[in-house]
Design a protein around this ligand. Structure first.
Ligand code: ZN
Length: 149
């Protein structure tokens, strides 16, 4: 019997097969693209803000199971959060997929905890964080747009 840690948890497969919030956001305040040359994953993230709160996030693109599921779960996780809360969550998520679950309050990560085994597969870290980096860039894009109004 294999004792390999399970990379593809059921939740990850579910979000890979049926990604949530997939598509474009015509009234987005910011958007950004991400590309992971190591795996070929491509993602474009759209964000719509209401004041400082993320009202809606959507993504499009093509990638492996981990990158698609991560983008899908991310859109669910950050909806309704402030920009600051979102960045704090990204920091925690980044720690989880690079260092493992040790020292991370899993309860604060909710469903994102499904990615805890990614840390054992360093080549997949970029897959798991691609959409988050794109979201961060989309938020900066929206801040730029707001300043130039
Ligand atoms: Zn990938």
């Amino acid at each position: 019997m294999s004792v390999r840690p399970e990379l593809y948890e059921e939740l990850i497969l579910d979000h890979y097969r049926q990604p949530r919030n997939r598509g474009t956001l015509p009234q987005a305040d910011g958007q950004a693209e991400g590309y992971n040359p190591l795996c070929g994953d491509q993602v474009r993230v759209f964000v719509k803000l209401s004041g400082d709160v993320i009202e809606k996030v959507a993504f499009e693109g093509a990638g492996c199971a981990i990158s698609t599921a991560s983008a899908s779960l991310m859109t669910e996780a950050v909806q309704g959060k402030t920009v600051a809360e979102t960045r704090a969550l990204f920091e925690r998520f980044h720690h989880l997929v690079t260092q493992g679950a040790h020292g991370v309050p899993l309860v604060a990560l909710g469903k994102l905890a499904a990615f805890s085994n990614v840390s054992r597969y360093p080549a997949r870290v970029k897959c798991a964080t691609l959409a988050w980096h794109a979201l961060d860039a989309a938020l900066r894009d929206s801040e730029r747009a707001r300043r130039s109004v």
